[in-house]
Write a protein that binds this ligand. Sequence first.
Ligand SMILES: Nc1nc2c(c(=O)[nH]1)N[C@H]1C(S)=C(S)[C@@H](COP(=O)(O)OP(=O)(O)OC[C@H]3O[C@@H](n4cnc5c(=O)[nH]c(N)nc54)[C@H](O)[C@@H]3O)O[C@H]1N2
Ligand SMILES: Nc1nc2c(c(=O)[nH]1)N[C@H]1C(S)=C(S)[C@@H](COP(=O)(O)OP(=O)(O)OC[C@H]3O[C@@H](n4cnc5c(=O)[nH]c(N)nc54)[C@H](O)[C@@H]3O)O[C@H]1N2
Ligand code: SF4
Ligand SMILES: [Mo]
Length: 764
Amino acid sequence: MSEWKKTWCNLCAVTCGLELEVENNKVVNVRSDPSSPRSNGYCCRKGRTAKYFIDHGDRVLYPRKKVGDRYERISWEQAYKEIAEKANTILKLHGPRSAAVIGAGTAAVQTAAATAAPMLAAMGSRYIFNPIGVEFMADWWSHGRIFGDQSHFLEADDERCEVMIYWGSNAYVSHQMPNARRICREFSESPDKTVIVVDPRLSETARMADMHIMPALGSDSLFLRALIALILENGWENKEYLNKYTKDWALAKGWFRDFDIDGALRVCKIPRKQAEDFARILTTKKWGMHRDLGLFFGRHATMNSYLCILLTIVCGMCLVPGGNVPPERVIALAGSDERDPKTWRTPVTNRFPVMGIYPEAVIPDEILGNNPDRIRFAITSLNNPLRSYPDSQKMEEALRSLELLVAIECCETEVAQFADYVLPSTNAYEGNGGFNIFTLNYPEVVFGCRKQIVRPLGEAKEDSMIFAELTEAMGLIPKPPRWLHTAAEDAVITGDRMKYFMKLGAWLAMGNLKYFDQAASIIALTLGKAMGSADRAMTWGGMLMSNLPGRAIMAVKADKKQHPIISRMPILSGMCKMDAAFKLCDDNPQGAVIARSDEFELMKRHIKHKDGKLRLWCEEIDSYIKRITPEKEEAELTLKDGCNMILSAGRHSESGVNASMRNSKTFKYRDPYTLAVNPEDAAQMGLTDGQTVRLSTNKGSIKIPIECSWQISRGYCMMPHFFGLKFEGGTYGVHANYLTDHRDIDEITGNARWRYTPCRVEVI
Ligand SMILES: Nc1nc2c(c(=O)[nH]1)N[C@H]1C(S)=C(S)[C@@H](COP(=O)(O)OP(=O)(O)OC[C@H]3O[C@@H](n4cnc5c(=O)[nH]c(N)nc54)[C@H](O)[C@@H]3O)O[C@H]1N2
Ligand SMILES: Nc1nc2c(c(=O)[nH]1)N[C@H]1C(S)=C(S)[C@@H](COP(=O)(O)OP(=O)(O)OC[C@H]3O[C@@H](n4cnc5c(=O)[nH]c(N)nc54)[C@H](O)[C@@H]3O)O[C@H]1N2
Ligand code: SF4
Ligand SMILES: [Mo]
């Protein structure tokens, strides 16, 4: 007998609603879930291949330790005991800066961070690394400067805007926004709507565009500067908006005065007429912009982000319905500010965190070498540092040199082949209650709590539980008292979780306030155990700490019968609402609308500077933008050092999923392990479709077959980043990060420059 169960896809940040058919604890079929408020019946091909991710011959099933050059199966107790002893010795000898957590969250599942981050903090360390730190650093930093808050980012209000702009995004293929294909189609087909794509190549999304702007590869910052200058030259800026909502426009305006617009457009290879048409649309229509890796992994990532946000402001399209809006966060996230002297900088590379996360490209330099403050001990989870960060060889050398490396993994990954301890984790379909912080819907706030679809294999545990148990084993928190366990068990039986919450408060007040920051682990170890899922308890705890209810936008009311007193008290009343929201999510595995964004309060709520105004000028951008000139950029964009092309070291094709989809059988159609080149470039080099070439960078050299494609512009070549993954005894293709440089990163925030890697393509 089989049964269809509802859940959320784990393969990208969109987390579409899925229905999985389960037979004998195996997923045999996958389809989209029409009842999902998140995706309304939409899902992509990757989601439908989820079963190949869930169950295969390369799952990690039992805890193990490295003894000499082989592995020995051990119990969880032994694993915790030994890891705790070794970690504590390292901390004692070398201090808190010796510890790091790498990962603790993929784009779609981040519940583990709820116990991993407090564990790191309890050790005294702050070094948490995650792909966000090569991807969104630039953007979130820019938001921090302009809004005074890093934790909100702008997305297009795609339900209501007239013009949808995709800048450096191939959303039709990579999604990264709910219902991507439906929205691309709708805007493309509707006579009242317009799609504009800014992409140097003819991507799948660009093929659907009404206007396709093709800046020369890597010239976005120069183009953005020219575009804003053009708007000002014509007096098209939204003066009323600028006067009302901004503080220092008079200063920032200087960046665009007397700027050589024609010179810049020539270097960007954009006809003046097209730039003017674009500027006119931007200043007369309601538009939203979806930006992605073409900007974030491009040259000048921080400048790109900053100027894009500035463009939304100059046009009066920032924080307005029908324009660019910040989706609400359910799980509260804290930004960081490197100007605060208490913020840690990495000792070797002098890098700072954004949203508390450090740029992982610097990991090798922070491990290797003799700096006394170097990282000596790391735990990886929900992340593959050997495939997902630049320069895999350097990363491997660094990780191998650690005094202690613990890999928490559901798959036999490259890191799991040599880590000192390998701990088996459940995946998103075996855990019970994980959440996704990326609430991308707008204005509805959709949230959910995954339900267990299949029972875990072997001795796998949830990542969040592993971190909590390790925190306890290291002696960083006391053993929770029996009565707190009883309160947790009662909460599960009666459904009155707030009573448990009050008891947790009482425990903290009884001389345990110093463990306040570790409350998540206490919740995992008590309520998590009682619920049979730390993830589920973390989702509840995370929701309780949400700052949504203070905004009176909740679609859910507190249960006043169950909580007659506390549901009327300040702070606690909001928590009661979130407890009710948790119940709604818990009862509805497809997720629920728990709040609605208040569209008329956007400015008031999201600008965190004391005077409520947007800041447009900042020192870092001021000194940097002076270098974004036609002359300097033209010189920098000229190929050097024997390079004959620019490589995009990453291509999101229909099939692969970052480092998660190891089974190459899912690459069904045309072989996606190719280097895509423009047919004219190929002809000039005497290459034919399918021919194997040598592709070299300053870091390495591989052989790869070419694919002639008119989608690719001249001088550019693209390879996917999800090959070279070991799977059931084989490895298919070579990984892109053998070719990338861990020092080739954005100078301000450290985003990786994966869409602009100078390379040499040669006939073999
Ligand atoms: N199939 C699949 N889908 C995925 C993923 C996956 O692994 N596989 N991963 C998910 C994740 S984690 C992410 S972050 C997203 C990424 O989603 P996207 O950012 O949409 O993915 P890319 O394919 O990198 O597309 C970036 C686009 O930028 C363009 N570009 C390159 N250089 C430049 C430039 O200098 N300027 C401009 N303006 N554009 C440029 C490229 O031509 C490309 O069309 O995809 C998500 N979806
Ligand atoms: N060259 C190049 N490199 C890139 C990119 C690129 O375009 N080019 N793209 C970058 C981007 S945008 C991103 S987001 C990153 C993604 O980088 P990663 O986050 O490393 O990739 P993921 O595929 O999300 O999954 C990482 C690992 O998590 C494991 N995993 C999955 N579920 C679970 C779980 O529940 N528990 C545990 N413990 N492990 C689990 C998987 O087995 C996999 O090994 O890659 C980046 N790397
Ligand atoms: S768009 Fe993302 S979340 Fe949705 S089905 Fe595809 S991979 Fe899964
Ligand atoms: Mo990503």
